[in-house]
Design a protein around this ligand. Structure first.
Ligand code: GLN
Length: 470
């Protein structure tokens, strides 16, 4: 039932009547039901089967859209009209969205089929998918381990064949890190490439939407559908859109930078060795490997956690019990209602971030933390600007470890934050990054390699990903 290697092959099989879209969607729906122990989905849209006949007809008569019949799961931080939108939080319990996110609307307009909403860390805050009001998500490779986060459900849905492609969001690594832990591809686009309209805001100057898939072709296809200017997101960029799915890999040779700061202490030896083997292969294939420096890297985690918590404390102020979802029943005054709704509705990690963010923005601390972090962000960005004068791509590990055990880091927030050591810098700089599966460790756990490119240079990530696949 899944004997196709990418979307264009799926379309060919449908056209040749070797694959029925109805059977294909039924297959996915049954697999989701058969694998509820992964806990990958918050909501499954069984009624999506109703659209298959029309879409199949369009495929047959040549009038179908670019992503016709592609079965897509979306992270439950993205809005779909009249469907639940919970952000895996109790505070949005029973909330239904009033409109559809632009990225999802574009996929629907191109005849994709949305099969459900995936589990994630509450408000996308976390690196293990353990911070969810719907419970933790399990890694299909080893059920005692985390799938990564915060887009853990999206990564599992793809890795376990519960859909063709998933959408996730990435504020500091939430697409790339779970993709690495689950052995699939995950791409974080340039900030401004994909409209954020309909993405529940965590840290608005960092948030991005991107695809997770089992192959680079599907990543490219979904990216080309969801990209583009949107008047509903003032930070989306009005620039020409390349056809991401036309790969230009023939005889393409890249200059690839290896930043020494990303291969220092703390990196698991097996990950390091597997990556260095890939680097060797690339060198032998004629790509130029250049040692580079990104000297402000050591400040990335601190800068990220100051700025994103500051933005989150402001963004999450709207969840007050009055306007959305959950309202405490215990309250006799308005102030109590706000207080109790937020106390009961938010989980511990979200509360920690709101408090941290409020602190770094407060009078007396603003200059020492928030303003300083803004300056550090600029320096981190300048490191990348300088590096991209010399190289096309920057190659690093995606994560310092492979998938860790459930519960292993959940009592130590700092340990958990350090999981993001290689991913937050791309969000701080607004540049695109991709995680590519390149092997397994001795326990059979997937290893991911990250490539970063300059702003709006996603095509280079895709071309390099294609080269690495072959
Ligand atoms: N793990 C990071 C955090 O907890 C990244 C989250 C994300 O990208 N949404 O903030």
């Amino acid at each position: 039932m899944l004997n196709y290697k990418n979307h264009s092959e799926k379309i060919s099989l449908i056209k040749e009547r070797k694959l029925s879209l109805r059977e294909n969607v039924t297959f996915f729906l049954n697999r989701i039901k058969g694998n509820i122990n992964f806990n990958a989905f918050n909501f499954v849209f069984e009624d999506c089967i109703e659209s298959v006949d029309l879409i199949e007809k369009k495929i047959m008569n040549g009038s179908a859209g670019k992503s016709a019949g592609m079965v897509i799961a979306v992270k439950d931080v993205l809005a779909i009209k009249d469907r639940p939108l919970t952000c895996s939080s109790k505070i949005l319990k029973d909330f239904n969205s009033l409109y559809t996110a632009t990225a999802i609307q574009k996929l629907i307009d191109e005849d994709a089929i949305v099969i459900g909403k995936t589990n994630c860390d509450e408000f996308a805050m976390g690196s293990s998918n353990e911070n969810s009001a719907f419970g933790a998500v399990k890694n299909p490779v080893d059920l005692s381990r985390v799938p990564g986060g915060s887009s853990g459900g999206s990564a599992v849905a793809v890795a376990a064949n519960l859909c063709d492609v998933a959408l996730g969001s990435d504020t500091g690594g939430s697409i790339r890190q779970p993709a690495a832990f689950c052995g699939i591809y995950g791409l974080k686009p340039t900030y401004g490439r994909v409209s954020r309209y309909g993405l529940t805001a965590f840290a608005s100057s960092f948030d991005t939407i991107g695809p997770l898939a089992k192959n680079i072709d599907n990543i490219a296809l979904v990216l080309s559908v969801i990209s583009g200017f949107d008047p509903k997101d003032s930070t989306s960029q009005n620039i020409d859109l390349p056809e991401f799915n036309s790969f230009q890999t023939v005889n393409k040779k890249f200059k690839i930078g290896l930043p020494k700061e990303y291969f220092a202490e703390g990196l698991n030896e097996e990950i390091k060795n597997t990556i260095l083997e890939k680097v060797d292969q690339l060198k032998k294939a004629g790509h130029e490997i250049i040692n580079i420096e990104l000297p402000h890297t050591e400040y990335s985690i601190a800068t990220y956690y100051i700025l994103t918590t500051a933005e989150a404390s402001s963004n999450l102020a709207r969840f007050d019990g009055a306007r959305y979802g959950y309202r405490s029943k215990e309250s006799n005054t308005l102030k109590n209602m706000y207080f109790n709704s937020r106390t009961e509705g938010f989980g511990p990690e979200v509360k920690r971030r709101i408090m941290l963010g409020t602190y770094v923005l407060s009078a007396g601390y603003y200059d020492a933390y928030y303003r300083k972090a803004q300056k550090a962000r600029r320096l981190l960005k300048q490191d990348f600007d300088k590096a991209f004068e010399k190289v096309d791509l920057i190659l690093t590990p995606t994560t310092p470890t492979t998938a860790f055990k459930l519960g292993e880091k959940s009592s130590d927030p700092l340990e958990m934050y350090l999981e993001d050591i290689y991913t937050t810098s791309a969000n701080l700089a607004g540049i695109p990054g991709i995680s590519i599966p390149i092997g397994k460790d001795k326990h059979g756990l997937p290893i991911g390699m990250q490539l970063m490119a300059n702003q709006f240079d996603e095509q280079k990530l895709l071309d390099a990903g294609k080269i690495l696949m072959s």
